[in-house]
Ligand binder design. Structure first.
Ligand code: ADP
Length: 484
């Protein structure tokens, strides 16, 4: 059983127009703990017409919210931030229960999630327009920035809090309202954030959380002409579907999709730093993040040394139930995730890779997989092309810098890339040569609220966080005023 200091955070209803609502049909979706399959809770399986009520409420809430002074919206967001921090332990406990990540990591995510609210509460006060010098003396040319309107967010299970706040905070700060559809695996954290938003005084209809069948809810949100923008984080496959569903109403889109992050270790790298960077980038959230290193390219002369040191370090990572102290690797989210990891490892081994460490289910069973290191990996293997989304580090060998850049870019994805070198000239060449939205040099950790997060190619459209993140929720209006 989950014991929260603030039991009201454990919600089994949706937030629609300021009220906590169950489905009229009483249908619900069950939430399980991936560590042991235990029941954590259930949330409403709303009908399409119930989701439409949320859209109507959002439309009604938009006008008054958008007309508030930015400072007033900022103060409410700041209160939401404070409440999230004050309830961080409970939010982390809920998150670990439904998502599986170790408690310390869950708490880290709560703080990270909150940081977007703090940041955009400030940024919202700095949405500046422009005055353009006119080409004739009889006109004054002004650029106004105005909120996009009613927006929707569809979010994944791997960051149950941060993927929501990274969208909702800039939306609300800009004067937009937002309807959030969290992943079916992790709706409880989302609902708890809704409880705190309400407690902070954010008005009814400004932020709403709806749960239900993904296709049905997604269909209502993407099909509505009231909803002017969709922000989605998830797979490229689903991103494509949602993009096409948004086409008839020409919605604005932010898409944060799959990655296939390369991690390049040059022979002039600080090997220890590279190993630590690899651990941070690969094994966080048991490898289930879209910026997790997916392909390790290691220069020939240091390949064996890096492989040996990495395997030695990975062996020390404690695997277990997220609530146990010291655990660094939790379970994978579900059976499908395990099946994919197994298939990728089997495919690599069949085509000649060697298991340096792990390579099988963990003794704990369930959806626990042993942290794995594969050597002798080549481009014809599935791990070269597809995101594994699990604790598997495949090590490819390369000879030259040109080859490393070519291999790193040889994918339809372009989210995050990492490289390790102590050579400053090489650092610039490689940083500029990588076709990625984000590049980590001598580090495996790049995400924070002040930096622009997002990808190129089929990894997405738009940026979240940073001064750029709020632009995704603003329209430009050009005002031409004749004065002569
Ligand atoms: P992941 O592989 O991380 O589960 P998905 O892209 O499948 O990524 O899911 C991300 C989010 O998209 C979840 O909230 C999920 O419910 C939602 N989703 C999945 N399929 C659809 C769909 N056809 N329409 C709308 N939302 C969807």
């Amino acid at each position: 059983m989950l014991h929260l200091k603030n039991p009201s955070l454990h919600q089994d209803a949706c937030l629609i127009n300021g009220a906590w609502r169950k489905a009229a049909s009483n249908a619900h979706i069950v939430v399980h703990n991936p560590a042991n399959g235990a029941l954590v809770g259930h949330v409403p399986d709303l009908s399409a017409s119930e989701v439409r009520e949320a859209v109507d409420a959002a439309q009604a809430a938009f006008g008054p919210w958008s007309r508030k002074a930015a400072k007033e919206r900022s103060a409410l967001l700041r209160r939401w931030f404070d409440l999230i921090i004050a309830n961080a332990d409970d939010l982390a406990a809920l998150m670990t229960a439904e998502q599986g990540k170790p408690l310390a990591e869950a708490k880290g995510e709560v703080v990270y999630a909150a940081s977007f609210i703090e940041w955009f509460a400030e940024e919202g006060k700095r949405v500046y327009g422009d005055v353009i010098p006119a080409p004739t003396t009889d006109k004054r040319l002004i650029v106004l920035k105005q909120p996009v309107g009613v927006t929707a967010a569809i979010t994944p299970w791997n960051f149950p809090a941060a993927m929501i706040t990274r969208k909702a905070a800039p939306a609300l700060a800009a004067g937009c309202v937002m309807i959030i559809k969290p992943a079916e695996q992790t709706p409880l954290t989302a609902l708890a954030l809704g409880v705190l938003a309400q407690e902070a005084g954010i008005p009814a209809g400004v932020i709403q959380v709806v749960t239900g069948d993904a296709r049905e809810v997604g269909g209502v949100l993407t099909g509505s002409d009231v909803v002017r923008k969709l922000s989605f984080t998830g797979s490229t496959e689903v991103g494509r579907i949602l993009m096409s569903q948004c086409a008839p109403t020409i919605k604005r889109l932010s898409l944060e999709l799959g990655g296939n992050a390369p991690f390049i270790v040059f022979d002039d790298a600080d090997l220890e730093a590279a190993v630590e960077g690899a651990i941070a980038s690969k094994y966080r959230n048991a490898g289930q993040t879209c910026v997790c290193a997916n392909r390790f390219y290691v220069q020939s002369s240091i390949y064996d040394a890096f492989a040996a040191r990495l395997a030695e370090r990975v062996k020390q990572l404690p695997v277990g139930v997220g609530t146990e102290p010291g655990v660094l690797i939790g379970p994978l989210i579900d059976e499908d995730a395990i099946a994919k990891v197994k298939a990728h490892v089997a495919d690599a081994v069949e085509k000649g890779a060697t298991i340096a460490l792990g390579g099988k289910m963990h003794a704990l069973g369930g959806t626990f997989y042993e942290p794995t290191v594969l050597t002798g990996v080549t481009s014809d293997m599935r791990v070269a092309r597809e995101e594994t989304f699990g604790p598997v580090a495949p090590l490819f060998r390369f000879e030259t810098e040109e080859e490393a850049i070519f291999l790193a870019n040889n994918t339809e994805f372009g989210l995050a890339a990492y490289f390790f070198t102590e050579n400053a000239r090489r650092a610039w060449r490689v940083a500029e040569g990588l076709e990625y939205g984000m590049v980590g040099h001598n580090t495996g950790l790049i995400s924070n609220e002040v930096a622009p997060f997002g990808g190129v190619k089929q990894s997405g459209i738009g940026r979240e966080g940073s001064k750029y993140g709020i632009e995704e929720y603003l329209e430009i209006k050009y005002l031409c005023s004749a004065v002569g």
